[in-house]
Design a protein around this ligand. Structure first.
Ligand SMILES: Cc1cc2nc3c(=O)[nH]c(=O)nc-3n(C[C@H](O)[C@H](O)[C@H](O)COP(=O)(O)OP(=O)(O)OC[C@H]3O[C@@H](n4cnc5c(N)ncnc54)[C@H](O)[C@@H]3O)c2cc1C
Ligand code: SF4
Ligand code: SF4
Length: 455
């Protein structure tokens, strides 16, 4: 799917320059000379280390490094005991991967907590292939209670079922190291939260012995090597509501580099940023964005695409009644752009209840998790996806069901002739025949027809 999307973008004429680190391989100044606008979507690839003494131990790594090594097939096994500090989705991902990888040891030396991986790096015995594999003891610690952890609830449930020990309401105090500098334990204590600030509870200190500490407490952007000027001091880029970089004309930013969140958030922000760039390049003034900032079907754009755009407006004679005027667009708007279509506006008489098709969730137990790398969620197959999409009632849009055409007692609603029809322009009303009986509005399943009361 991703490959298809990338190809679609390239086919639009977008030129790619691969293996190029902006800032280092090409400077910001060079970019500014070559391009009129720059969009920064460099993400947040740097993990925050633990803010406690001893966190620079070689076997104390970040969650993004751990996952990056795993995804690049450089991490095949973990040590016997792993502590993940976090509570968000990244920490759950790390704990889940660690439980799946397990630890390998050579039976003749069962206490050898060997592991390999570019980031872990303190022992690199190639035992992954040779040794016996067993489940690692994986502990996940969170400042917040389990109910308040930011990770998705179903993922927390999965992690618990898969044997991850979640210790909540606790904070790390220190990474305890041995003479060689290697972390051997994490000193913890219970804590109270003051907003986002943990307050240690005295006398509750305890120690979790471990062979690997993974810090999954947040990410920030790698704004080094020539990108320092964009850094707001906290590893992010500051933008305004139009995603323009503050104080840098012609620069825009979107995605995690503004605030780490979700893929859909990044896509939505980039879409608004693209709109802002379009305005910027045309020297248009940027207009205030709507509160619910989403894309709606744009009938005028569609009509233009189909060479059916309305004629230019000309004020002539008596302007009352525009039902046959060629400059006006009648009865064709996307109502959902203006209002929320309430369920009562839908006429569902011809549509039986169709239950939602849920994705199948695979529950893996602690005994089964070792080496279990299949998806936890099974996606819908193409047939199911089409069936699910067909449940959409296109609220506020005409989905071409013909109800209004069939039920109008005056034959006032008719299908638009083929050469004038396009998506969103399927039916039209002859107001000379309409007696205002409301039947068309009553039988419209989507709430598209909404009759005014002459006010
Ligand atoms: C462990 C983890 C799990 C997640 N799980 C989910 C999830 O389940 N669902 C979800 O919706 N989101 C999830 N997210 C968040 C999601 O991955 C991000 O919100 C999304 O990828 C952000 O997109 P982006 O384009 O801003 O940045 P990225 O996807 O990070 O892309 C940034 C790109 O910029 C490139 N780059 C960086 N610096 C430079 C430079 N100087 N020059 C050139 N290129 C550069 C990088 O190589 C990268 O290709 C997860 C994130 C993490 C870390
Ligand atoms: S209000 Fe009645 S007459 Fe007018 S178009 Fe609708 S169904 Fe036909
Ligand atoms: S009843 Fe509504 S959805 Fe059906 S064709 Fe008429 S306007 Fe379109």
């Amino acid at each position: 799917m991703l490959q298809g999307e990338i190809q679609r973008i390239i086919d639009m004429g977008v030129v790619t320059r691969l293996n190029t680190r902006v800032g280092k391989d090409v400077s910001v100044e060079e970019l500014e000379k070559q391009f009129d606008a720059v969009l920064w979507t460099v993400g947040c690839k740097a993990g925050r280390p633990l803010p406690v003494p001893g966190a620079d131990a070689p076997n104390c790594i970040t969650g993004v490094d751990f996952l990056s090594d795993f995804n690049q097939k450089q991490l095949h096994t973990v040590p016997k005991r792993v502590v993940v500090v976090g509570g968000g989705d990244t920490s759950i991902d790390v704990a889940s991967v660690a439980r799946r990888l397990g630890y390998s040891f050579i039976p003749s030396a069962p206490d050898d907590n060997a592991s390999e991986g570019a980031q872990i790096g303190y022992v690199a015995h190639d035992v992954a292939a040779l040794g016996v594999r067993e489940g690692a003891k994986v502990t996940l610690t969170s400042l917040f209670s389990v109910e308040k952890m930011t990770a998705a609830k179903h993922e927390i449930d999965d992690a618990l079922r898969e044997g991850v020990d979640i210790q909540s309401g606790v904070m790390p105090l220190e990474v305890i190291r041995d003479a060689s500098g290697k972390a051997t334990a994490l000193k913890m204590c219970q804590c109270k939260m003051d907003g986002m600030r943990p307050i240690p509870i005295e006398g509750t200190e305890y120690v979790i012995e471990t062979d690997l500490v993974v810090s999954a407490i947040g990410q920030y952007g790698d704004l080094t090597q020539g990108l320092e000027g964009l850094n707001n001091g906290r590893g992010f880029i500051d933008t305004d509501a139009f995603y323009q970089v503050k104080g840098r004309k012609g620069h825009f930013a979107a995605g995690d580099i503004i605030r780490p969140h979700l893929l859909t958030t990044a896509i939505g922000q980039a879409s608004i940023a693209a709109d802002s760039i379009d305005h910027y390049l045309k020297h248009d003034q940027l207009v205030k964005r709507p509160k619910v900032d989403v894309h709606h079907f744009n009938l005028l754009a569609k009509l233009k695409e189909a060479h059916l755009e309305p004629e230019p407006f000309k004020a002539v004679g008596d302007m009352r009644g525009t039902s046959s005027a060629k400059f006006a667009v009648h009865n064709y708007e996307d109502r959902s752009a203006m209002e929320v279509i309430a369920p009562v506006a839908l006429f569902l008489g011809h549509f039986g209840f169709t239950p939602r098709l849920h994705r199948q969730s695979i529950h893996v137990t602690a005994e089964e998790v070792l080496g279990h790398f299949s998806e936890r969620m099974v996606g819908l197959n193409p047939e199911e996806a089409i069936t699910e999409a067909k449940r959409c009632m296109s609220c506020g849009m005409c989905f071409e069901c013909d109800n209004c055409v069939v039920f109008c007692p005056q034959a006032a609603v008719v299908r638009t002739p083929k050469k004038e029809a396009t998506t969103g322009r399927y039916v039209y009303t002859d107001y000379g025949r309409c007696i205002g009986c409301h039947i068309c509005a009553d039988v419209c399943p989507t709430g598209y027809i909404n009759m005014g009361m002459g006010e």
